[in-house]
Ligand binder design. Sequence first.
Ligand SMILES: C[S@@+](CC[C@H](N)C(=O)[O-])C[C@H]1O[C@@H](n2cnc3c(N)ncnc32)[C@H](O)[C@@H]1O
Length: 434
Amino acid sequence: MAHSEWDGDFDPMADPDEQKHVLSVLDSFRSYRRLAHFNGTHVRRQAFYSLPSEHWILLSKPPFSILDSLSRLDDLIDSNAELADAIFIAGFKAFLAPTLDSEWVASIVPEKYAHDEFKVYSTVMDHLDVQTTQTDMEKARSCVHQFYREWSAEGAVEREKCFDPVVQSVSEEFASRKKVSPELDRSDVKVLVPGAGLGRLVFDIVRAGFSVEGNEISYHELMASSLVLNHTKKAGEFNIAPFVLNCSNHLNRNDQFRIYEIPDLHPGAELESAPENSRLHAFERMSMAAGDFCVLYSREDSREQFDAVATVFFIDTAPNVIRYIDAVRNCLKPGGIWINLGPLLWHHASRRQCSGEETEGEAKEPSHRHLDKGIADPGSVELTDEEVIALVSHLGFAIEQHTTETISTGYISNPASMLQNVYKPSFWIARKKV
Ligand SMILES: C[S@@+](CC[C@H](N)C(=O)[O-])C[C@H]1O[C@@H](n2cnc3c(N)ncnc32)[C@H](O)[C@@H]1O
């Protein structure tokens, strides 16, 4: 990414509450392996052996071989944990390492760990006496699964539905502007992607030649996107089994145990060799800003900075969507476009962080409130699509396109599952009035 891994004007480690939260997020990735083994197999083995003995003996034999399946589940948890460990290491280096006294670290880490990054950082975490929270553990788990949507070849099914229409709309906007200003370069078109998740849409728009700033509030997503965008060494570096911890609705064990290579391509190499469709190199056109969208982009220094804002599965994270509309209007240049694609699964109401992921547990909203004036504001409201469109029009935009019912997509959905959550997201483009 350009210059530094994250922009934004706050130092999370300077604020004690924020520091506590960063440590909890780091610990949630570090604890993924242990907790997934405990909840995924240990608890299930105990329940299995609690069955009447003739029943568990029957189910231990082919064609059921449930104990073999639990062993396979353990292996796949380890595979997922490789990714979680790598996120922990990348997050530790980015957020915590710069704040530590190296002499103190050397004094607490046994010599034999010196060449094992995970063990060094883990020893530090033990000394800091960090305890993650239930919410952060669930978020770490769903973050690992989210790699399936954003960074697996098979996730292209969801990305084609959710991200491609956005990239295409930015390209069409560029083409129409170029007719009026032939000297316009793709790098001149500045796009903001709030709620950037694991950064794939940011990456795809950069690959199309444009300049992009991603914005994300969640440390889980920031650490994980940093790993994939900045620190992966090759395509297929990790293998994840996103559906392995959910034992319901499978037609057969192969479906449950299916593994996916992550990432489907090597972001660094792709950007290095990106087509020369822009005057600026891809690395100079990509950045990520950490913090609350409402706070960062309502400020005076964000005023009229962007030609396009692209929100995908995002606006329903707002307790008060007027705050989001105001922030988009503030940061868009006059005549700029807001491209939106998503359902309206109002997060504060459903208390789910990411829309509709098929998980066993309920993913809760983030507990942290850093600079979160938008989220910490009193009150909330859940609008219909029709009402959102009316509001956007009322608050200074002209709706140029609006379609519903044409896109049908899952969100981290297992196509082989007997349970399918299907969204028919609304897609619209609104232009800020001059
Ligand atoms: C449902 S996920 C969508 C992720 C991605 N756009 C996609 O379509 O896969 C919503 C994202 O918005 C982020 N988010 C929620 N509230 C935010 C806020 N106020 N500012 C910035 N990001 C926020 C969440 O952390 C999460 O990564």
